[in-house]
Design a protein around this ligand. Structure first.
Ligand code: ACO
Length: 422
């Protein structure tokens, strides 16, 4: 059977045969037959915006792989820094490559004093740390003017290292500011996750050593969040990157996209929802209300996954390990009951709504002591590696500027009416 489709223009009877390649058909071929007729696809539900070799996602079967490696294996055996290298370079690092990479990231964790003293300190006392992060990442572009040199491999690499390394520092600085605590400088003797925890929680002790199990659990969460192919924030990164903006500006746009409750803000929404439900007895009524259209079950459903999100499975296990140290999050029982009821209810099963990565991640963050406002920030830290891998791929592919078309549904031409005659 031919691996192609044939499109007929019923107005003229003209046809065009378009090959199916890598599971898609080229829209520019379609344009040859139908110039000026556009695919109408709000939300890009049926549109592939690029070719990519970073992450493979099969939503029907719950499969997620970075550069071919199953997420389950990476979560069990790898670390966030190694995964970041893999996403960016396509291969796992050798021992020497990893040592060099870790050293580079470790020695770029400091932020310019003015970023903290003048820029971050200028925010209002109750500023949301995610808003601060979005702005601070954009502001970095004004500190690193060489970032504009995006086709210079050396400069590009330097910005990638800076962004991955400084993200935890900015995130922790935003938190410390929002709770009125002094800024903690990075401790370059610590691993990536442990260093972040030190910048978050250190008070007066000379060195903050996080519980190694908690630092490991956080690192696993970072691995799980490092990339997820063409999600909303990665698409924002690619769209802004396609204009050849510097990577800090593009990354700030990606952070902004991640901020919303439909995307990276969902883990915060889950905790608020579980708190509102209040007790296991209220779960059936809550589910009934959702089915009647009163709100959504936060942390459920996904544009691509139509089965259990593989990351949610791993997170559920990680949650048990964390709760052994921190004590059980009291909201866990409500979450488990909610999952049990939803997964046996026709409304959710028929729509293929399963728990996504955010359903349990918030419970872990909360048990570890992170305030709700920090949840999207905790997502942005590791996703930076994925954003940058896609940004780099985009530039190497010499892609076109992102510029979709529209179906115009407004008024036809009409004459201006002076104000006195309106
Ligand atoms: N609770 C109840 N019903 C839902 C939910 C939900 N969480 N999600 C989807 N539905 C229903 C919709 O009402 C719709 O029903 P209908 O066909 O009767 O109208 C159907 O399922 C399809 O929903 P869409 O909104 O069309 O699905 P879409 O793919 O556009 O949305 C999304 C995906 C945004 C994730 C959605 O499932 C949602 O809002 N979930 C809750 C928020 C959330 O958890 N977001 C995190 C996503 S993962 C991430 O970004 C890391």
């Amino acid at each position: 059977m031919a691996e192609s489709i044939t499109i007929t223009d019923n107005r003229s009877g003209n046809q065009i045969e378009i090959p199916i390649s890598n599971g898609g058909v080229s829209a520019s071929e379609w344009q040859k037959l139908l110039p000026g007729i556009w695919f109408y696809d709000p939300g890009f539900v049926s549109t592939a915006s690029c070719e990519s070799s970073v992450t493979y996602l099969d939503g029907e079967n719950g499969i997620l792989r970075y550069r071919g490696y199953p997420i389950e294996q990476l979560a069990e055996h790898s670390t966030y820094l190694e995964v970041a290298y893999l996403l960016l370079n396509g291969e796992l690092p050798t021992e020497a490559e990893f040592a060099a990479w870790r050293s580079e990231i470790t020695y770029h964790t400091y932020i310019h004093e003015n970023v903290r003293k003048r820029f971050l300190d200028g925010f209002h006392y109750d500023a949301h740390p995610m808003g601060m992060l979005v702005s601070a990442v954009a502001a970095l572009s004004t500190f690193y003017l060489d970032a504009k040199d995006i086709f210079n491999p050396e400069s590009r690499h330097k910005q990638i290292v800076r962004l991955i390394a400084k993200m935890p520092t900015l995130a922790a600085a935003a938190h410390r500011f929002s709770v009125g605590m002094p800024f903690v400088y990075p401790d370059n003797s610590l691993d990536f996750a442990a260093n972040f925890l030190s910048m978050m929680w250190k008070v007066a002790e000379p060195r903050f050593d996080a519980n190694p199990m908690l630092a490991h659990a956080l690192d696993v969460l970072f691995v799980l969040h490092a990339d997820h192919e063409q999600n909303c924030s990665t698409t924002a990164m690619r769209v802004v990157g396609s204009s050849h903006a510097d990577p800090y500006s593009a990354c700030a746009a990606a952070c902004a996209a991640l901020y919303g409750p439909r995307h990276g803000g969902a883990n915060e929404a889950v905790i608020r929802m579980l708190g509102d439900i209040g007790s296991m007895d209220n779960v059936p009524d809550f589910v009934a209300a959702v089915k009647q259209g009163h709100g959504r079950l936060q942390g459920f459903g996904h544009r691509v996954y139509k089965s259990y999100d593989p990351r949610a499975k791993i997170i559920k296990r990680t949650a048990d390990e964390v709760f052994e140290i921190t004590g059980k999050n009291p909201l866990l029982d409500i979450a488990l009951k909610l999952e049990e009821i939803a997964l046996s209810d026709e409304y959710f099963t028929s729509r293929k709504l399963y728990p996504n990565v955010d359903f349990y991640s918030g419970l872990i963050y909360q048990a570890m002591g992170f305030p709700l406002q920090m949840f999207p920030v905790l997502f942005a830290i590791p996703r930076t590696a994925g954003w940058l891998a896609h940004w780099q791929e985009l530039l190497d592919q010499d892609s076109k500027i992102a510029r979709p078309r529209q179906l115009y549904i407004g008024l036809d031409s009409r004459d201006y009416v002076p104000m006195v005659d309106r």
